[in-house]
Design a protein around this ligand. Structure first.
Ligand code: OAD
Length: 250
């Protein structure tokens, strides 16, 4: 199926010297990773993610929160990066080879960008593959056996928890600093597969616009930034991104 990409978007990407792309759950949807606002399935159907992804929930029931995150991690490990992830990795590689700059900021914790080749993505919400001691912060990757027997106690007397940002927690300072610096220097900003509801990421398009960048949104549904961006392309990221990148790099 041919995808309708505005020529203006192709030209903007072809001419950009410094691109920042922000991705959300919509980029991983076609890999089979539920978006954040999809209903959960199976035993988790009766839970609300926003009630499980909090430090209080972990303190109250570390075994339940570990089980839930182990389930999400197993689900993610059964998926593969899709054409959208791969197109972003190709764009990044080709732009840098041409001496241009490309920064990927992701809200996703699934590491599918990483597996597609974007190993330097700025993971502003952390990632679900790394876990850390709740006392020392030491990062480690748990074994499947450990995850099958939650909670996982650490030598420091804490528990292993996912290295992700939970509601009510602050974002990784150094990563956010690098994201802001890239946004303030970019001449093209792409918002891809995100509902643009959760700050600070929801404010990144305004930051880029204030820096004089052109802004493009690629998303299945309209969002609060759709009317504010320069170009809005509605549809599937896994279809739009490969077509856009191929034409811009041709
Ligand atoms: P959401 O689930 O809020 O939004 C996903 C967006 O992707 C929606 O706007 C969909 O329209 C769009 N979408 C779905 N499938 C798509 C596809 N195939 N192609 C293109 N777009 C598609 O997920 P996020 O915006 O990533 O934060 O959510 C942002 C943050 O909210 C998450 O990182 C999480 C949550 O609170 C934390 O956990 C800290």
């Amino acid at each position: 199926m041919s995808v309708d990409i505005p020529e203006e978007a192709v030209v903007s990407l072809r001419q950009a010297r410094c691109v920042v792309a922000l991705t959300g759950a919509g980029v991983s949807a076609e890999s089979g990773v539920p978006t954040f606002r999809d209903k959960m399935t199976g035993m988790w159907e009766k839970y609300d993610p926003t009630q499980l992804a909090t430090p209080d929930a972990f303190r109250a029931d570390p075994a339940l929160v570990t089980q839930w995150n182990a389930w999400r991690r197993r689900l993610i490990l059964e998926t593969e990066p899709n054409a959208g992830h791969l197109a972003i990795a190709t764009l990044s590689e080709r732009m840098r080879a041409d001496g241009r700059e490309f920064t990927l900021i992701t809200q996703n914790i699934d590491r599918l960008h990483h597996r597609a080749g974007s190993t330097d993505a700025l993971e502003i919400h952390g990632n679900l593959m790394e876990w850390r001691c709740s006392v020392t912060g030491e990062i480690t990757e748990p074994t499947d056996e450990q995850l099958d027997d939650p909670p996982i106690e650490t030598e420091a007397g804490g528990f292993l928890r996912p290295n992700v940002v939970w509601f009510g927690e602050s974002l990784p300072e150094e990563t956010i600093g690098r994201a802001i610096a890239a946004l303030e220097a970019c001449d093209l900003f792409l918002s891809i597969g995100t509902s643009a509801l959760v700050y600070p990421a929801a404010g990144f398009s305004q930051l880029a616009n204030a820096a004089g960048a052109r802004t493009i949104e690629i998303n299945r549904d309209p969002t609060p930034i759709t009317d504010a961006v320069d170009i809005s392309v509605q549809g599937s990221a896994a279809e739009i991104l490969p077509a856009l990148v191929e034409r811009a790099l041709a």
